[in-house]
Design a protein around this ligand. Structure first.
Ligand code: IPE
Ligand code: IPE
Ligand code: MG
Length: 246
């Protein structure tokens, strides 16, 4: 399904998205916030399809932050319930398309039912070789760094052996290259404790589009913007890229 050479066509290997704006989308329609989250879930499935079509290899979506527990109880329980609904509605379809699901975040704080559902999604798609979809759930970038340090220490890694590469192996997304493109919908221009370690050299893209309205066209616009960026990683321009400063 993937294009012959997505990278050559300027398509990022790894896309990380802060899916923001569900609440405002619902409010505009005089509906409860959870209505926006339900639509937001449909958007995730569409975005997964489109990423597969474009040849993206890794998609990481921020579904629930470690700070989202501050929300009203009914919204939090509604979001937890959406995990169960989403998995029963879409797992078979995604699995049949070769999607491999991963969950990143602190599972100790979520209910047994939700933990079980995530486990099922991961197990069911474990041998798939298509798009890696990581759902960041009860995820925080600071939590990730701390848990990586804790696990490295528990493994007996010596202080002098704790290099960037060594610590990367303990980060929640150790199986994935760092994100190439970070997208945030909903108009806010911040990272909100998403992949702090992994976003070091990601290209940042912000759009006012509210997440439930984000579609294939919006995603292609983000990819087109990304394709024009000149990624130097601290080096100097090689002349191969055709960035805006050319
Ligand atoms: C993002 O949408 C989804 C989650 C955080 C779960 P919001 O719920 O933050 O929507 P806004 O920002 O209030 O519009
Ligand atoms: C970030 O959105 C978290 C998710 C999209 C899951 P928030 O709406 O929670 O972030 P803030 O509060 O605007 O920073
Ligand atoms: Mg928000």
């Amino acid at each position: 399904m993937a294009l012959a050479s997505p990278e050559a066509a300027g398509v990022p290997r790894h896309v990380a998205i802060v899916m923001d704006g569900n609440g405002r989308w619902a409010r505009k329609r005089f509906m409860p916030r959870i209505f926006g989250h339900k639509y937001g879930m449909e958007t995730v499935v569409r975005v997964i399809d489109h990423c597969q079509k474009r040849g993206v290899e890794y998609l990481t979506v921020y579904a629930f932050s470690s700070e989202n527990w501050k929300r009203p109880e009914d919204e939090v329980s509604g979001l937890m319930n959406l995990v169960l609904v989403g998995i029963s509605k879409y797992l078979a379809k995604l699995a049949s398309r070769g999607v491999r699901i991963h969950v990143a975040g602190d599972r100790s704080k979520v209910s047994e039912r939700v933990r079980q559902a995530w486990h099922e999604a991961e197990e069911h798609t474990r041998h798939n070789t298509g798009l890696h979809v990581t759902v960041a759930f009860n995820y925080g970038g600071r939590w990730d760094i701390v848990q990586a340090c804790q696990r490295a220490l528990a493994d007996g890694v010596a202080p002098e052996a704790l290099s960037e590469e060594a610590l990367s192996r303990y980060m929640a997304l150790s199986y994935a290259p760092d994100p190439d493109l970070f997208i945030r919908t909903g108009g806010e221009v911040r990272i909100s404790n998403f992949l702090l370690w992994q976003l070091a050299y990601a290209e940042l893209y912000f759009t006012d589009c509210l997440w439930p309205d984000f579609d294939e066209h919006e995603l292609d616009q983000a990819f087109a913007d990304y394709a024009r960026r000149d990624r130097r990683f601290g080096g100097v321009k090689t002349g191969a890229a055709s960035g805006p400063s050319a």
